[in-house]
Design a protein around this ligand. Sequence first.
Ligand code: ZN
Ligand code: ZN
Length: 280
Amino acid sequence: MRIKIWGCRGSIPSPGCDNNEYGGNTTCVEVRLKDGSLIVIDAGTGIRCLGTTLLKPEGPKKVHLLLTHAHWDHLQGFPFFVPAYMEEYSIIVRGGPLAKQSLKAFLAHQMDPPYFPVPFRDLKASFDFRQEDGQSLSIGKVEIIPILLKHPNGGYGYKFIEGNKTFVFLTDNEIGFDHPGGLPDTEYVEICRNADLLIHDGQYTEQEYKISRGWGHSTFRAVTDLSISAEVKRLGIFHHDPRHLDKDLDRYIEECRQQISKEKSRVECFGTKEGMEINL
Ligand SMILES: [Zn+2]
Ligand SMILES: [Zn+2]
């Protein structure tokens, strides 16, 4: 599978010349399977640019949109996803049983007047909403296992298994704090064990966390500890705080690497960046 990052900023889009390297768009990750199937994780503002690349004649006409949760930074790009306006596209929206609203309501609500000029019902693509029951699902030859998040209002991460490769995507997950519906920390270690790639929320420094504890995001240290305990091959830190400039993130990632080498672990740690592609 090939993974491409279209948005890795957390909470709110954060454009700016001091943020260019890691990027300012919010959560959107493309997963291309070996058979060419396209899975898009979340519809943060990164989905706008992804949408324009799909318009090439040879681009896929079927999009599996997999949602983690309904916080705005994960949905707000959807009204700007051009394939949704074109009748040759079919969009299959999947996600767990989140809050008490349907998946359609999550996407459509932000297009209701007076928030947006075009209502959801005017979109031309065909939509298929499949609210999952939290059990594993498959798309093509990939098995996708939903993972409950430790996050205010809940949500799901996903583990993708294609052949002998494993990719775990866990954003908006607060290791070290108990949110209703979340799993014990030890279970995340087992879920991530030996993964080829773990992309995980790492938003705060220890100092920042003194104020933001309970807001649903992990510290750099907590996610690094998780990756070491789980012996993952690669850790991509995700959901960057809007306050963190490129130079700050470079420093925090380097500190994670120092922690990994101090503990004599072989985890390869990097900060996710907009435009980055990872082949598994
Ligand atoms: Zn978020
Ligand atoms: Zn969230």
